[in-house]
Design a protein around this ligand. Sequence first.
Ligand SMILES: Nc1ncnc2c1ncn2[C@@H]1O[C@H](COP(=O)(O)OP(=O)(O)OP(=O)(O)O)[C@@H](O)[C@H]1O
Ligand SMILES: [Mg+2]
Length: 426
Amino acid sequence: MTQIFKKTDKQVDQARLLASASKHILSYGGSRSAKTFGICRAMVIRAAKTRSRHIALRLKFNHAKTSLFLDTFPKLFSLCFPGLEVRENRSDWYYSLPNGSEIWIGGLDEKERVEKILGKEYSTIFFNECSQIPYSSVTMALTRLAERSGLKTKAYYDCNPPTKRHWTYPLFIRGLDPQTWEPRDDADNYASIRMNPTDNLDNIDPDYIQMLEQLPEKDRLRFLQGEFTDESEGSIYHAFRREDHVISITRSPRHPIVVGMDFNVNPMTAVICQLYDDSLYVIDEIYLENSNTHEMTQVLKQKYGPGWTVIPDATGKALKTSAAGISDHEILKQGGYQIPFVRNPFRADRYNCVNGLLEKKRIIVDPKCPKLIRDLEQVSYKEGTNLPETKEKHLTHISDALGYVAHWAYPLYDYSSGDDVMGVKR
Ligand SMILES: Nc1ncnc2c1ncn2[C@@H]1O[C@H](COP(=O)(O)OP(=O)(O)OP(=O)(O)O)[C@@H](O)[C@H]1O
Ligand SMILES: [Mg+2]
């Protein structure tokens, strides 16, 4: 018997929202609630209207291929568009429709394909499972949402809701800028819909709901009720444990020193690191109160000599914390240090990077670094935001210094090619 396609009631609401005037539309909620299916269907309808190009992106290409190209789309074509002659291209991974429209499938983890994909322009970009995608990659991909096909360009997003600190929450639920948590002027351009598995009972196994009901509370809220969750505690470096990460380290004579630096004047801070065995060893710290970059350069020279690489806060390229009139980066270079081209990662990516390395015990801190250890234990979020609490003026700076060097050495998501995700050069 041929199955007849029927939208769930929630999918009717979703379809209306996807076709509304908003440009950015998030479908969030529990698992198996028909979010992805509804979005892919809207993409096909848009593609069928006029010759145009569309793309569904995931963090990992392999996941995009198995879940979207080999599962959701084939099922969707046969159920909702049985008469449509769709051709598959399995070398570049796109479908073409009889009117010449293309629907591409991509991952953000493959440098060559990312370059190819981002060489084109699209009328729709769909960020599937966007809780896994860094916001920096989203904004980069959105520069390609520029096809002049006659369709209004649209960005669709879906995810199981992560914590309230994730960029999706301020952006879509609170109408705030995910970097600053300030209100956005264009908040009207963002819309969202919650969809839960109980809205998709016609198409999933009833046992599945029972299974979700047995989950621990936090997971049940997320996967059954589709709620953004609160982080249990406010600590930013939640993966840090003194007993696991503080170990005496002898400086390796075979490896160079790499210094992470933050240019705050009080305190001016640096972490002295060595990188080997896929890990980051913090062998020492420099913490100077009421200081400046000249003094920091002198202290660094006295203790460790010149010639090493420094990974500073990238804003120091233009910043002058010293009276001399030259930039902080210039002072360091004149002092005999090398500064590679650096770009500050988004704050949340930097925190995630440090926590990820801590979880795998790839950051080890010598007990000679009490200020860094204090920061890793005490730096917390300002309540209800993803911004650090800055009431205590001495905190946050030295852990920022660690974050700069950690993210430079082992950037999030692509540890091998030396490039950030989406081909952004470090
Ligand atoms: N209208 C429909 N008719 C028939 N099957 C449907 C319909 N909508 C969704 N489905 C099916 O329901 C299942 C769940 O849908 P989908 O994958 O879109 O859920 P999801 O909300 O994206 O889930 P997850 O959070 O796990 O990614 C899939 O097998 C999908 O093919
Ligand atoms: Mg899905």
